[in-house]
Design a protein around this ligand. Sequence first.
Ligand code: RP5
Length: 155
Amino acid sequence: MKVTVLIGSKSDLENAEKVRTRLAEFHIPCEVHVASAHRTPEKVERLAADPETDVFVAMAGLSAALPGTVAARTLKPVIGVPLHRGLGLDSLLSVVQMPPGVPVAAVGLDAAENAALLATEILALKYPALTEVLQKYRAKWREETPASPPAGTAP
Ligand code: RP5
């Protein structure tokens, strides 16, 4: 069982660590690699071909080509995390708006936690013991999350 996280730059490391931390709490092996779609495309290609990886998480800011670049080189699920580096909208659209045929499962801007949870849900299809882990997480999350939204937000 393995999740491989690719980030476009060392400057993205904090976001990748959030994924790694959440997966570590679930006892899911996770590797983090700096591999850029434009600076080190050969490295991206090599990582995307890793036979041990079950799910990829690719995180990048600005034009954020990384998730799509990984997805073009594998048939395994790729979760794309747009990072808020420039406008925000630039990376968001780059990750969400994949042309038909090469899907990327996009989560929200900087949404490392959701990326880790989605990776776990995908892994749970193959490793059913993770379903219980997710059930416990969700129950705790419900307990800790306030019933009413913070003031000024839509219900
Ligand atoms: C993207 O450009 C990276 O993913 C990073 O979010 C952003 C800035 O990269 P650096 O200039 O900090 O290396 O490729």
